[in-house]
Design a protein around this ligand. Structure first.
Ligand code: HEC
Length: 112
């Protein structure tokens, strides 16, 4: 356990991981983690709405044609201002850029 070589390689591995984490461009990954942190509770991790909260609230599949045929501006507006009393408004919680990123992420989920 006290092998200095091993300790050194562990330290290298750690600093490598840290550098990697800091260098990842803050776009797609950010939206993905934002979605998981803020939206997946009600919309399920895959956007299907097929989880406890999603079913209870009647959240539609974000990947469905019905949702995807809405324009970016419409989706943006729904996330910004909420919808139907059950979908919360995020205008005070997220920046315009973050919301834009989430719209892109919703489009990406539909392609998977
Ligand atoms: C508290 C649960 C909840 C959370 C959290 C939530 N939503 Fe929703 N969302 C809903 C419900 C319920 C609806 C459907 C509202 C309706 O049909 O009246 C909805 C609708 C939507 C729609 C429109 C879909 C449609 O039916 O046209 C989009 C887009 C959306 N949510 C995105 C998001 C994003 C992005 C987040 C995270 C920033 C998020 N939601 C967080 C519950 C939630």
């Amino acid at each position: 356990m006290n092998n200095p070589m091993r300790r050194m390689s562990q330290a290298l591995l750690l600093s490598g991981a840290l550098m990697f984490a800091l260098n990842v461009p803050a776009r797609a990954d950010d939206s993905a983690s934002l979605y998981k942190a803020k939206c997946a509770v009600c919309h399920a991790p895959d956007g299907s709405g097929n989880n406890v909260m999603g079913k209870q609230l009647g959240a539609k599949d974000l990947r469905s044609d019905e949702v995807q045929k809405k324009s970016d501006a419409e989706l943006n507006g729904i996330i910004t201002n909420g919808m139907g009393g059950k979908m919360p408004a995020y205008k005070d919680k997220l920046t315009a850029d973050q919301i834009k990123g989430l719209v892109t992420y919703i489009r990406e989920m539909a392609k998977k």
